[in-house]
Design a protein around this ligand. Structure first.
Ligand SMILES: Nc1ncnc2c1ncn2[C@@H]1O[C@H](COP(=O)(O)OP(=O)(O)OP(=O)(O)O)[C@@H](O)[C@H]1O
Ligand SMILES: [Mg+2]
Length: 248
């Protein structure tokens, strides 16, 4: 592999982060593991890492083209993404355009209620505490981020939402909600990291409302991988499909 993959820095629930020869760069390996419920439910899904890396790369490219700073450098090959090494903020930044999932369990929103302006929620990324919801005051008191950084994160997140929502709608996909993570690059800029994939977003077919994301796995439905492949087939260009010899 070029650049050469170095030692493992960190193994998460669905991805591994490896060193490279350049201390400012890492290789993120997208694995085939799929988990739900704080990792309680866990399985392997053949080629999930392959497709999620391609889907994530596409979204990072769309965002970079819209002037948003991301970790993305290049997809070395499906499954392996070359990224800027970030000092990650332990925040899960969730944006919602349509009420679904845990929002319906916690608050009296109606199923599929449109949320305009979008709702932004931040959870503390901490398995021991089961990722509790934060407010700015708690985030600042915990020393996770200051007010200025939180304001920057909200601004970038709204822009990301608007760019991806429009892009997806042009591909006949609705974007009810998504979770992203940020970190600091070597110059101290707040940069989008991690992944954007059916593991971390809700995607619905805009015509049929068919679910095309990890909710299928959470509910124990069949066809999880077929849905991920469908997202890839809808968003990837002919060029990507040829380049990576993707079988759709
Ligand atoms: N560009 C980056 N540089 C450094 N670390 C990153 C970068 N992007 C993502 N990460 C971190 O790498 C890990 C990715 O692995 P994965 O998503 O499988 O972990 P996770 O199970 O969500 O998280 P964790 O195990 O940390 O609770 C996460 O901890 C994420 O914050
Ligand atoms: Mg993760």
């Amino acid at each position: 592999m070029n650049p050469k993959i170095g030692n493992l820095l960190y193994a998460g629930k669905a991805k591994d982060v490896y060193k490279t020869d350049d201390p400012k760069r890492v290789i993120v390996k997208f694995r085939d593991d799929i988990t739900a419920g704080d990792g309680v439910k866990s399985e392997k899904m053949v080629k999930k890492g392959f497709y999620n890396s391609l889907i994530s790369s596409k979204f990072f490219e769309v965002l970079e083209n819209a002037g948003i700073k991301t970790q993305y450098i290049e997809l070395i090959e499906p499954g392996y993404m070359l990224c800027k090494k970030l000092d990650m903020l332990p925040l899960e930044v969730i944006t919602r355009n349509i009420a679904a999932g845990s929002l319906l369990k916690k608050f009296p929103f109606k199923t599929r209620q449109e949320l305009n302006p979008p709702v932004i929620q931040m959870d503390y990324k901490n398995d021991e505490y089961h990722d509790p919801m934060l407010n700015d005051s708690i985030t600042i008191a915990l020393g996770l981020a200051d007010q200025e950084q939180l304001d920057i994160i909200r601004d970038i997140t709204l822009k990301i939402n608007s760019v991806l929502k429009d892009f997806l709608l042009s591909k006949n996909i609705l974007f009810p909600d998504f979770k992203i993570e940020y970190g600091f690059d070597s110059s101290g800029n707040i940069v989008l990291g991690d992944e954007i994939s059916p593991d971390t977003c809700r995607f619905w077919d805009s015509k049929t409302c068919e679910v095309l994301d990890k909710d299928l796995f959470r509910k124990g439905d069949s066809g999880v991988m077929d849905a991920y492949v469908k997202v890839a087939s809808l968003i990837l260009s002919e060029k990507d499909i040829k380049k990576w010899k993707i079988e759709l």
